[in-house]
Design a protein around this ligand. Structure first.
Ligand code: ADP
Length: 298
């Protein structure tokens, strides 16, 4: 599969430009779209699932123009929107049966099999007779992903799926998604949570104020922040001063005061040691330092 996005703009009716000149090619595997709230992620997702038209530019799915081949493209799609709602009175299995019918699974025996298999896959088998409205937050989200994948989509789009989930459920959800990428398909995960973009994402993009500011592998983003993440032990007084001047990422109380991690171009005369950056550090370095320093570039 290939999604090619060309010169895409979206200007809302009130004149707000939510996306500016987006150019991006997405291939099989997990693709992470990361950006702060309001960056334009949902807008882009809604355009990709044909719920919204772009103001300029086009999207090609395997060479098919999205605007001209809506039906064909929709048949390839599974979508979990940010504000996913379902009929609370349906039992879990009933809702999946309904989703399977919508996805075109007409044969009853085949559908039953698909529903059973899906209940197992997302860990809802025990809850299959429970009314959907009575599921926990994490279970609801898993039912959401189940309805998106029951039709065996070639492109799966999930918008902010882990917001509000506890850590266990978050990991569970990520595992379901990364399992999907064993198939030949595109999984697009949009999120403002850096931790969602794990090593399972073969490529990712950073969206900021409607513009793509980085496209590449997570490791490439990490590489850019090498030499800019520092660890230091400071007193409470020093900590107060450092907080004003630097991006402090983590703080752990220690015998001498605080063990802190700082993302900075350099730390001047402060005694500090360089540490290996992770994606969280890299995101802060990119958004807070590189972007601010090179505003004219973006
Ligand atoms: P994200 O998903 O990254 O949080 P959105 O795509 O939801 O971002 O929103 C991008 C920007 O477009 C935000 O500034 C938001 O306020 C604005 N926006 C979203 N929907 C509309 C709309 N229907 N009309 C006008 N502005 C909108």
């Amino acid at each position: 599969m290939e999604i090619r996005i060309e010169n895409l703009d979206k200007i809302y009716k009130n004149g707000h430009k939510a996306l500016t000149d987006i150019n991006l090619t997405i291939e099989d595997g997990m693709f992470g779209l990361l950006g702060p709230n309001g960056a334009g992620k949902s807008t882009l997702m809604r355009i990709l699932v044909t719920l919204m038209k772009p103001s300029n530019g086009r999207v090609l799915v395997n060479g098919m123009d999205l605007q001209k081949h809506r039906k064909e493209v929709r048949a390839l799609l599974g979508y979990l929107p940010q504000d996913f709602r379902f009929f609370a009175k349906y039992r879990t299995w009933e809702f999946l049966d309904y989703s399977a019918r919508l996805a075109g699974l007409k044969n009853r025996a085949q559908r039953n099999q698909a529903v059973e298999q899906m209940l197992e896959q997302v860990g809802l088998y025990e809850a299959r007779d429970r009314r959907a409205g009575r599921l926990s937050g994490g279970m609801k989200r898993r039912l959401g992903i189940a309805q998106a994948i029951i039709g065996d989509p070639k492109i799966l789009i999930v918008d902010e799926p882990t917001t509000g989930l506890d850590p266990d459920e978050r990991i569970r959800f990520r595992n379901i998604l990364s399992k999907m990428t064993e198939k030949e398909m595109i999984v697009i995960l949009s999120t403002h949570i850096v931790g969602d973009i794990s090593s399972t994402c073969r490529s990712m993009a950073l969206l900021e104020k409607g513009k793509l500011v980085f496209v590449g592998a997570p490791d490439e983003l990490i590489d850019r922040s090498k030499g800019h993440v520092f660890q230091m032990t400071v007193s409470t007084k020093e900590f107060e001063e450092i907080k004003e001047k630097y991006n402090v990422i983590s703080t752990i109380p220690s015998v001498e005061g605080w063990d802190i991690q700082v993302v900075a171009e350099d730390t001047g005369d402060l005694p500090s040691t360089l540490i290996e950056p992770n994606l969280e550090h890299a995101y802060v370095y990119f958004m807070e330092l590189l972007l601010n320093k090179n505003k004219e570039l973006f």
